[in-house]
Design a protein around this ligand. Structure first.
Ligand code: ZN
Length: 377
């Protein structure tokens, strides 16, 4: 096992393989230009991940906002500051949300209503956001069935209780009408054409935006420079193969030029996306191998999802972290199953994963093909 210092060294080595051409982040309420007509701003988040990057695209007669920040008084105040300064009296003409998570869509309803601007989203994330606001996505009964089926002991179920209404608190009501964006669409934003690249595994239909004119990718949460994107299996879709979906989607990004400027939702704008994709594939392949080895060591009894959480997450996890860690652990298990490295045995309603005699302990995914391509990206 690497010790903590090795771990830090490794993370630094990976970061050193990327280039960060724009330096420090702009202070809240200010912006920094990162490409012609493209501006970077940051909003605070009340989580361990304490910030989100948002983007302003300047049009002849207004501004496009890409992602909104979470619904909080603090974020609204920063937006008011920007309206009175950077926007220079021009209105907001379009609001785009890359996906349904509260830091990305939290103030979309407020912004659209205030400026009478349309909301651009994928269908999957627009509808999922509506459903999440009314708690349709995570009813406690479904959650407990899912947790028990994956080996969580009765006394631990409480750790997974979420604050009811938490999503609705972080997200203002969405407009009742929206403009649907789909994979491969060309959308006119800020005087340029941006192509929609849909990724799965992190959110239902996460939209990244690629502008060939500018050589800029607004990657959202789909490609991040430092942390790895959370990829999880959630109670409402218990057999999801989220990690396979996430990794096979990389083909859509590998087609973009190696020197593309990537604008991620967390961290700093960077160049070196192909290198970063290679790092992420290596990271997940290593985690999958560790998990496959752990399952082999358990013999015929195999292991449940709950058993495997400490294999992926050796550190102590608080109640919020355990929810994401468990979802991520299941995503890795389901990916191992898809790759033929473990088999699922369901006994008395509980899924156990067992080693397959003679199965490979590594089976890197081939994301070089174009089977997923439906558009001209
Ligand atoms: Zn997200």
């Amino acid at each position: 096992m690497p010790d903590a210092l090795d771990h830090i060294d490794h993370a630094q080595r990976l970061l050193a393989q990327l280039r960060f051409p724009h330096g420090d982040a702009p202070a809240p309420g200010t912006v920094k230009q990162v490409a012609p007509g493209v501006y970077w701003l940051r909003m605070p988040l009340p989580f361990q991940l304490n910030h989100i990057n948002l983007w302003l695209l300047e049009e002849a007669d207004g501004w496009v906002i890409v992602d909104t920040g979470i619904n909080s008084d603090e974020t609204r105040e920063h937006w008011e500051t920007l309206f009175a300064s950077v926007l220079g009296g021009k209105p907001v003409t379009k609001v785009v949300s890359t996906h349904m998570h509260p830091d990305h869509v939290g103030l979309a309803g407020w912004l659209c209503e205030r400026w009478n601007a349309p909301l651009y989203m994928t269908l999957g994330d627009y509808l999922s956001s509506l459903a999440a606001r009314t708690q349709m996505l995570d009813p406690p009964e479904t959650r407990d069935i899912h947790l028990r089926a994956n080996g969580v002991p009765e006394e631990k179920l409480k750790m997974f209780e979420r604050h009811r209404g938490g999503y609705a608190k972080g997200v203002t009501p969405l407009p009742a009408q929206f403009r649907r964006i789909m994979h491969g669409d060309l959308v006119s934003l800020g005087g340029h054409r941006w192509q929609v690249i849909v990724g799965r595994g992190h959110a239902p239909e996460h939209a990244s935006l690629w502008c060939a004119d500018l050589g800029v990718l607004i990657s959202g949460d789909q490609v991040l420079p430092k942390i790895s994107t959370n990829v999880g299996v959630w109670p409402n879709e218990p057999m999801a193969d989220a990690l396979t979906w996430f990794l096979t989607g990389f083909v859509r990004f590998r087609r973009l030029p190696a020197d593309a400027l990537v604008l991620p939702s967390h961290g700093f704008p960077f160049r070196g996306m192909h290198t970063r994709l290679d790092q992420l594939v290596a990271h997940h392949d290593a985690r999958l191998s560790e998990m496959a080895d752990a399952i082999v060591s358990r013999g015929a009894a195999g292991a449940t999802g709950w058993d495997m959480v400490p294999v992926l997450f050796a550190r102590h996890l608080d109640n919020n972290q355990i929810v994401f860690a468990f979802a991520e652990t299941l995503a890795h298990l389901h990916c191992l199953e898809t790759r033929g490295m473990v088999a699922r045995r369901t006994i008395d309603g509980v899924h156990r994963f067992v080693a397959i005699a003679g199965a490979p302990t590594t089976s890197p995914i081939d994301d070089s093909g174009d089977a997923l391509e439906v558009g001209p990206v």
